[in-house]
Design a binder for this molecule. Structure first.
Ligand SMILES: [Zn+2]
Ligand SMILES: [Zn+2]
Length: 141
């Protein structure tokens, strides 16, 4: 059983349960084409690191959406569960999965140059364009 004291979430049908030990309340928004195709809109995600436990993991389907990341979803109800970086194994999870995270703050918008012109947010955040993100990852390797 998952420890109820941890930050827990579950998919719509309840077959997958998630417990994350650490969640950064400074969440990010991704406007990239892949995220918007996946979810129909920008992806709001919290960084959860690698200390994430799953119950019902056999119900999770994974899809490698790019050379650097894999996305997971419940194969029964379709709930989007995570975006995992292949290199580090760290998880980014949709903010809305977690019912009552304290101190949530929008701090970063990724792929701001791919943001379509039919929505905008009034929150003032940092932004990174496609070119800035590529340069950042190139500097890490
Ligand atoms: Zn489900
Ligand atoms: Zn994205």
């Amino acid at each position: 059983m998952l420890d109820a004291g941890k930050k827990v979430a579950h998919c719509l049908c309840g077959k997958v349960k998630i417990a994350a030990v650490k969640i950064n309340p400074k969440f990010t928004v991704c406007h990239c084409d892949t995220c918007r195709t996946w979810g129909g809109g920008p992806l709001f995600a919290v960084q959860c690191g690698t200390e994430v436990k799953f119950e019902g993991a056999d119900s999770i389907k994974e899809y490698q959406s790019s050379p650097w990341a894999t996305r997971g979803f419940c194969q029964h109800c379709g709930t989007h569960l995570f975006y995992r970086l292949n290199k580090t194994g760290s998880y980014n999870m949709p903010v809305g999965l977690f019912p009552d995270l304290p101190n949530l703050t929008m701090t970063m918008q990724y792929f701001s140059d791919q943001r379509p012109d039919y929505y905008c947010f009034s929150d003032q955040t940092q932004e990174m364009t496609n070119a800035e993100i590529e340069a950042y990852f190139a500097s890490l390797s």
